[in-house]
Design a protein around this ligand. Sequence first.
Ligand SMILES: C[S@@+](CC[C@H](N)C(=O)[O-])C[C@H]1O[C@@H](n2cnc3c(N)ncnc32)[C@H](O)[C@@H]1O
Length: 326
Amino acid sequence: MALPTDLQSALDTALSRFPNQELARAVDRLSTRYREGRAATAPIMNSDSDVAAYAGYRMPATYAAVRAVLGEVAAFAPEFAPKSHVDVGGGTGTALWAAADTWPTLSELTVVEQVEKALNLGRALAASASSSALRSATWRRGVIDTKTPLPAADIVTLSYVLGELPEGMRARTVAWLAASASMVVLIEPGTPAGYQRIAEARAQLLELERSLVAPCPHSHTCPIPQDKDWCHFSARLPRVGAHRLIKDGTLNFEDEKFAYIAASTTPTAHAENRILRHPLKRKGLVSLQLCSAEGVLTEAKVTKRHGDLYRSARDATWGDAWPPAP
Ligand SMILES: C[S@@+](CC[C@H](N)C(=O)[O-])C[C@H]1O[C@@H](n2cnc3c(N)ncnc32)[C@H](O)[C@@H]1O
């Protein structure tokens, strides 16, 4: 799940203005702060080098996660052809790029973000996009204000933001987002705390009578034992260009873990089951840990005797719907 080439080259150009050491220092500070996982009382990104560092080390990873999530939304809501998208707490605009890549129907893209420097970099990156929707996106400075309605849109996204909000503001924010768009997509880090926030939002969206699009194959209570486990997924991305220079280590890829929920006002098909772990593949046997349509955790053992299904199981990966859509 690599960055689109136009974004990659715009990002490399933007980051080349900063000495590597300055970016590395900002990455250290930001990643320590994000690992703490506590709500922010003031914007975490402050300076131009913070914003550039965030874009360099987090845009590739959040892009991989958001693009994977939107791919699932598109797969289970094939009739959904959005024209407008609002991304709240959009930073440098990662989710806009992922949405534009998923739905060529999009023509009105808007980021709402509190940090002006992030908006400026996002706008500069989008200026050289091949998509005209990205080039003409609206970059709006603003804080989440649940008393003022968001501009209505077909889809609204909130990616890696809930955890920065004070706990008391999260449910209000989810209701505010849901009031503005028929499709709501929330993405959080794939940590126990990130999953917990998604699980709370999921319950709230069900109360608001939204239909879950992904990842859940059902609308029952989430069966994950919340004190022992957490529902999350993983997207692999290459480390290239400036991203590789900024990151410590020699690996040329990384795995971004994320938790998410997508819900719609329009009922859509569900996955029959969702694969919750890396499938265990042995000779002639694939074991799949599943969340099922009945809302229970279960294991499926698929053997050579299952013919085509076995071949599909060999190709199946963590996070896929099971069985795969025809
Ligand atoms: C971790 S970053 C995620 C950026 C982007 N959504 C992504 O996925 O790469 C969180 C963003 O949310 C923004 N943010 C946090 N609280 C906000 C608020 N109350 N109003 C507006 N933006 C907010 C921050 O400024 C930051 O850009």
